[in-house]
Design a protein around this ligand. Structure first.
Ligand code: IPM
Ligand code: MG
Length: 355
């Protein structure tokens, strides 16, 4: 039976990069005799312009019924003045909540071909191979909030952070399972010296760890982790953390890998899972055909791996990307003298040629 993939291009460069990823998926499907069907849906600012909402019900329903969701990017200055509840970002937050995408996996592996793009010295990035496991549907992102209220005659706003034991157990288990398939080490990141939610987090992770005696567990405060990522990133295997800390640390970790344009992510849920590059919608280059499609192509590889259980196909895509880079192809964000300059289409073709 054909597997159904919902494609949500979103805003800005979204349609260009998801277009590339679908071409690569299609070629991979031919090579591995997979039957894939694509259904395109709106979300983000584009959906707001058309339907007055960043996440139409029909998009959410289609995702629920899909084997996997491929997501481009949302947002842009055009919607900066839209009221908070209808901002394009609400589409991704609504999908996470609506699909129960409780875990975000962001792998950072520094290929030798890309080490030169890292802001860190080559000796520091050599051997970096880590994955951030970020809790995605809880914490301060989804707690009660108040945009504005009167407080003793002054205006204030607030966001509430809460985590329940089952929420922490669920993400901790996924982190330990992930570590088992890698180097068997988990670093749990919190701010337990200050925050009550972090103290519950730390004790729940320690409790959950008892079922995984083969995995090594360490704890780090988030400020120290931010520093360790910059001074000795190769020490990490799996980093598990809450929603807000994970948001911040994953951008930091991504840049260690050289280019944010290269980084894929998987958001794992109980019904279905969603795959997206970690970069944004880059409105400044939208429509020019020069965006780097690799983060999205590699997100497609993660979709093959986690949603379709097609490990060999996933690896074929990852290898094709490595080979296209080894051939010297670089999109504008990474190009310099000595390389072959590729626009989005050329880069996509270079990957497909290696499949
Ligand atoms: C991310 C993004 C989102 C987040 C935004 C767009 C809401 O930064 O996926 O990391 O904060 O989670
Ligand atoms: Mg982020």
């Amino acid at each position: 039976m054909a597997k159904k993939i919902v494609v949500i291009p979103g805003d800005g460069i979204g349609s260009e990069i998801t277009g590339s990823a679908v071409e690569v998926l299609q070629k991979t499907a031919e090579r591995f005799s997979l039957e894939l069907e694509y259904e395109y849906k709106d979300a983000g600012g584009t959906a707001y312009d058309k339907f007055g909402t960043p996440l139409p019900e029909d998009t959410l329903e289609a995702c629920k019924a899909a084997d996997g969701v491929l997501f481009g990017a949302v947002g842009g200055d055009k919607w900066d003045s839209v009221e908070p509840a209808l901002r394009p970002e609400k589409a991704i937050l609504g999908l996470r909540k609506g699909l129960g995408l409780y875990a975000n996996l962001r792998p950072v592996k520094v290929a030798d071909t890309l080490a030169e793009y890292s802001p860190l010295k080559p000796a520091l990035v050599s051997g970096v191979d880590l994955v951030i496991v970020r809790e995605l549907v809880g914490g301060i992102y989804f707690g009660d909030k108040c945009e504005s209220e009167d407080f003793n005659g002054t205006e204030r706003a607030w966001d509430l952070e809460n985590y329940s034991v089952p929420e922490v157990q669920r993400i901790a288990r996924l982190a330990f399972e992930t570590a088992r398939l890698r180097s068997g080490r988990v670093t749990s990141v919190d701010k337990a010296n200050v925050l009550a939610t972090s103290r519950l987090w730390r004790r729940t992770v320690a409790e959950t760890a008892k079922a995984y005696p083969d995995v090594e567990l360490n704890n780090l405060y988030v400020d120290n982790c931010a520093m360790q990522l910059a001074v000795r990133p190769a020490q990490f295997d799996v980093i598990v953390t809450g929603n807000l800390f994970g948001d911040i640390l994953s951008d930091e970790a991504a840049v260690i890998g050289g280019s944010i344009g290269m980084m894929p992510s998987a958001s794992i849920g109980e019904l279905t899972s969603l795959y997206e590059p970690i970069h944004g919608s880059a409105p400044d280059i939208a429509g020019k055909g020069i965006a780097n499609p690799i983060g999205t192509i590699l997100s497609g590889a993660m979709l093959l791996r986690y949603s379709l259980n097609e490990e060999a196909a996933a690896q074929a895509v990852e290898k094709a990307v490595e080979e296209a880079l080894a051939d010297g192809w670089r999109t504008a964000d990474l190009w310099h003298e000595g390389f072959k300059k590729a626009d989005t289409q050329t880069m996509t073709k270079a990957v497909i040629d290696h499949l």
